[in-house]
Design a protein around this ligand. Sequence first.
Ligand code: AVJ
Length: 318
Amino acid sequence: MLLETDRSLPPSGFDPAFRADVLAGLSAAQKAVPARWLYDRRGSELFEEITRLPEYYPTRTETALLGEHAGAVAGIAGQGRAVVEFGSGSSAKTPLLLAAMDPACYVPIDISGEYLLHSARALASRFPALPVWPVEADFTRPVALPARIGEAPRLGFFPGSTIGNLSARSAVDLLRTIAATLGHGALLLIGMDRVKDREELLRAYDDAQGVTAAFNLNLLTRINRELGADIDVAAFRHRVVWNDPEARIEMHLEARRDMRFTIGGRSFAMRAGETIHTENSHKYSARSARLLLATGGWSMLREWTDPAGRFALLLAEA
Ligand code: AVJ
């Protein structure tokens, strides 16, 4: 009796939202799984590895831009701001900003409480005099910031070109939500990846060492493990596409042969060449970045780019 009950339980690590997204996404005409599910423990490790690849320029370019221009950001923002980061700030970027800003407090917002506390502790020990007040929340909805921030004006920080994962419509919604979260007089410092040579973009998402391929394919391993599926991972390959009309890199998992598999008892079939769309990474021109910000309720104050114009840091005001 007990054993039977146990067997009907979902495998460990099971997340009902993951299951719902995968089942719905694989039932659509163009199969797709939202990119956020790429980041289980292994996926996050592989992404860290991606950021160090020679072909993957965004992380090191943005970090260098912050190193160079955090002082200018501080000059415009003034002292005593509450720095509110969208995402938990595990990277090298946050300390560069905080060191230049002399902020009133630092408020990282992230949906994953565990990760958030870990990186908040690391930052607090690096900046012993800085109040660090993490908030566990989904920042795609307006977040009530801790009352103890008081009247300190806010500077939002949204690095990593994370906004690029979103469609234009969702990106605009998020920018408006961020404006609502930060309130009157807020500034926003945001990183956006630039439209550039197609080959350079393709290389950044299909590296010679195959780390990005492993990152993408890991989604199938996660589906097998967490959702009780029997997908033959070796029957898929990593495929990267530059979608020019949408100005975005797309990651797909392409079936190498006709196949069937089951996920938690439900059957799926794929044809050779058919793909599961796993990520969009939108790229912006100077114009489209400004337009996106404006539509999202922000007017651009300054923009910094590297000499090759690969990546942009934008400072905007609500
Ligand atoms: C974390 C969304 C910014 O789009 O460049 C890197 C994720 N995917 N390589 C990006 C990613 C494949 C990355 N972002």
